[in-house]
Design a protein around this ligand. Sequence first.
Ligand code: R5P
Length: 227
Amino acid sequence: MEELKRAVAKEALKFIEDDMIVGLGTGSTTAYFIEYLGKLIMEGELEDVYGVPTSYQARLLAIENGVPVVGLDEVDAIDIAVDGADEVDPNLNLIKGRGAALTMEKIIEYRAGTFLVLVDESKLVERLGQRVPVPIEVIPAAWRAIAEEIEVFNATAELRMASKKDGPVVTDNGNFILDAKFHRIEDPLDLEIELNNIPGVVENGIFADIADIVLVGTREGVKRLER
Ligand SMILES: O=C[C@H](O)[C@H](O)[C@H](O)COP(=O)(O)O
């Protein structure tokens, strides 16, 4: 699996040119991309490329690997954003947020000229929600009310707990994460909008209609899917 992630991360470098502002995604696949991107910059093969990190993880990796970072509020536009995903459906709708970075990811990827997604073949599904729940970032005081509200959608929600800290996961924005399992997601865009209408929801991990290109690492090589 790591080999497939490395292969898509390498392929993604072909999309990066001098003078680009690049949204830097979060997670294990994008970590390889940031590492390889840093190498090209350090070797002088790419010039005037700046990264806009989607999380503390991306920021730390960028700094460690020599990718100059700028904040979203310092740039006029983002040329391309590169990020992983937890599920990809046949229409290139995504579920993201296993790493709890979904809010900044969506803000940056929505604004990018091109949103390039990197996955291995295990992430391809027929219907969203098949393998993973939908992460929802919520204002901490509202977590229980929202978990109850979610039942209206024929779903159950669990507060995500931390593994190296007592208590719940706290996001980079100081919020909690609910992981919601839906019986069946018929219309991803509709559900994405409806979830964000619940007061106290900051953002949810359905990314409908925003991926432009998906690179899929398979045992037969990297495949390219496009909308
Ligand atoms: O919050 C985390 C992100 O949405 C990740 O991009 C996503 O979970 C994919 O991560 P990985 O490449 O580690 O599977």
